[in-house]
Write a protein that binds this ligand. Sequence first.
Ligand SMILES: Cc1ncc(COP(=O)(O)O)c(C=O)c1O
Length: 412
Amino acid sequence: MLAGGCDSPVRSGWGVGAPMFVQSSARGAYAFDEDGRRYVDYVMAYGPLLFGHTHPALVAGLDDLARHGFVWGSTHAEEVRLAERVRRHLPSMQRMRFVTTGTEAMMSAIRVARAFTRRNRVLKFAGNYHGHFDLALLDAGASAHTTDSAASGIPGGVVRDVAVVRYNDLGSVDAFLREHADDVAAIAVEPIVANMGYVAPQPGFLEGLRERADRCGALLIFDEVITWLRFGLSGAQGRAAVAPDLTALGKIMGGGTPIAAFGGREDVMGVLAPDGAAFTGGTHGGNPFCVGMAHRVLDLLESHPEYYAYLDSLARRLADGIRAIFTERNLPYAVVQRESIVDFKFRAGAANRNYDDALAADKAAYARYYREMLDRGILLPPSQNEVMFVSTAHTEEDVNATLDAIVRSVDS
Ligand SMILES: Cc1ncc(COP(=O)(O)O)c(C=O)c1O
């Protein structure tokens, strides 16, 4: 009944030649299949579950939230308070709007940038994923296999207005800007990438984008849908000390419920109706139930700064263990870990720096590994473009079980 058997193609298992993982429930660090078998879950819903599946502070007392109604269609004090809290952590977001998904947040940020600059073109980076709206899908990372734009339903006009350049390569940005600097509305980027495996921005890359955006009058958009709250309360922009003009948020902020946001400079956001002519809006914008959940997420993180140290030390233990396994077997794969993200690819050499590196990884080797790990009770993302997410619900025992399964999988 579902088209392609699923609501999001990566879930079908097409990337790993495996039957679709059909889930029946989840608890803490674990996913359960339809037979009730337990798996240590590193997919973590592709990012939202920093606290695992059922943190008591997020699942307790939901009646209190629900009894006020799920959706109102009116502005309310709690969404204003949430915006204030977000801005305290992300001062670049002077004005914002709440939406439902990361896709909507990025799509809206790009509309705002176009309306503000009165320009059309958008510069984006191969292997960055920004959601499933038209221009975002060109050369996108994650599980978006969009190579034939016409067959993918992406109009030619959209293709003409988007330039896809290489991540960590300011030269490729400059080559495009030499021709089109006067018509670039936005440079859109994942400031730390988790959609072509984990890719760190090389020193000077984000600063270089900031400087080029300023020089050509374009706006710099940071897609922090994965990175905000995963890399601390001030996100990747805080870590990098580079302020974008616009930011998109999502995933972790809803604690598992769908809420996202976009926002940025007050003058830029002023293009939005009713002050300006650009329209964004929606039935579920600022949905009070999801806003309530977002407050709970911020309550948790503001009152538990030690969570980040725990995530880092547990993920480090996992990454160190994988490195040791590979070293003992002369397997030439670079293992990377940054805070709660752990990643390696079946490709010899340094860790991914761009999408070319990501595409060079051995898909068949990952597919085999995915299936071996699944057999041993470890749920990995069914695509090598994704990463392993460690949550606060994972324990040392989970990591030990995972390392044990890795040994048996690579030795099998
Ligand atoms: C960096 C990034 N931006 C945007 C999106 C789109 O978010 P959503 O799936 O909520 O539409 C994703 C989703 O994986 C993402 O990783």
